[in-house]
Design a protein around this ligand. Structure first.
Ligand SMILES: Cc1cc2nc3c(=O)[nH]c(=O)nc-3n(C[C@H](O)[C@H](O)[C@H](O)COP(=O)(O)OP(=O)(O)OC[C@H]3O[C@@H](n4cnc5c(N)ncnc54)[C@H](O)[C@@H]3O)c2cc1C
Ligand code: FES
Length: 282
């Protein structure tokens, strides 16, 4: 069972874990994900591989506590084990080399830019990360992200640090600005409304844009159909065909509707958990 060797509290509801998983660390690529189970009989949840290190055998995950299973995971401590962790799953992000890649991150998605932007910069791409949050204290892993890209642009809704406004407004400025800072590729990872807004920002320019879709997943192997989305009018399964897709072809209306399908069951699971007394643990 994968053992947790490090835990960091990034925000009151966001925890980073470094976990011993040498086989996954050896074969992981940016953009891939894991399916994790915290306890026997518990649900399987998909989590992005935020970072990995083949030399140490450690895999980094960043968990935002939104419901029962993510809270159970968030309550684990170093030395404890995660019941099982399957991966790497899904396809790695593939981009033509040599351009200026702008990674746009929000929430736990910002963490997923760590391994992606490091890999792109190492092969010689020009790299910018545009990361947004409501306030300065909700920005994740600022120093770590600064270290893996050429430019880090911070955006806060309240202007408490960096650019005052949304990531899409700063992205628009980069698109309209001097040619060296104009993106050749955009990769957006974060909440679905943010990824949708990024898609609409780049659509008129035709700048190739990828989004990492996070629909409800159950098996993560293409069998259950839970993660079905429509891309360019075709049915795709995010777990095996994605999770990254051409942002300009994704049917976001449908994808956002489908994430609300199990709200009643999710609320019931949370209530059961609260009766067990597991809350946001530091
Ligand atoms: C490919 C992929 C990568 C992801 N990477 C991360 C990550 O790195 N860090 C992170 O914190 N979260 C990530 N998620 C989302 C995470 O899987 C869900 O937040 C988690 O499954 C919620 O489980 P829960 O029991 O805590 O909450 P639930 O009570 O099940 O749900 C609470 C909320 O989360 C949404 N949700 C529920 N199940 C899923 C699901 N299987 N997939 C997506 N959204 C769901 C619901 O719409 C609801 O709003 C990822 C999802 C996908 C598909
Ligand atoms: S999670 Fe079951 S088909 Fe993708």
């Amino acid at each position: 069972m994968p053992t947790i060797v490090e835990k960091r509290v990034l925000t009151p509801i966001t925890k980073l874990f470094r976990v011993e998983a040498p086989l996954i660390a050896r074969s992981a690529r940016p953009g891939q994900f894991l399916i994790v189970r915290v306890r026997e009989g518990g649900e399987r949840i998909p989590l992005t591989i935020a970072d990995y290190d083949a030399a140490t055998g450690l895999v980094t995950i960043v968990v935002q506590e939104v419901g029962a299973t993510t809270r159970r995971l968030g309550a684990l401590e170093p030395g404890e084990t995660i019941l099982d962790m399957v991966g790497p799953l899904g396809n790695a992000i593939e981009l033509a080399p040599g351009g200026h890649v702008v990674g746009v991150g929000g929430g736990f998605g910002s963490a997923a830019l760590l391994c992606l932007m490091r890999a792109l910069r190492r092969r010689g791409d020009h790299t910018t990360i545009v990361m947004g949050a409501r306030r300065a204290d909700l920005l994740l892993l600022v120093d770590e992200l600064r270290a893996v890209c050429d430019h880090l642009e911070l955006c806060t809704d309240d202007g408490s640090v960096g650019f005052k406004g949304f990531v899409t407004q700063r992205l628009q400025q980069l698109i309209d600005g001097d040619s060296p800072r104009r993106p050749d590729h955009v990769v957006a990872i974060g909440p679905m409304p943010m990824m949708r807004a990024v898609a609409e920002t780049t659509r008129p320019t035709g700048i190739p844009t990828l989004v990492s879709m996070d629909p409800v997943m159950i098996d993560g192997t293409g069998m259950c159909g839970g993660c079905r989305i429509t891309v360019g009018g075709e049915v795709k399964f995010a777990c095996v065909d994605g999770p990254c897709f051409d942002a300009h072809r994704v049917d976001f209306d449908e994808a956002m509707r489908r994430t609300k399908m199990y709200v009643r069951e999710q609320e019931a699971a949370l209530q059961r958990l609260e009766t067990e007394g597991i809350c946001h643990a530091g």
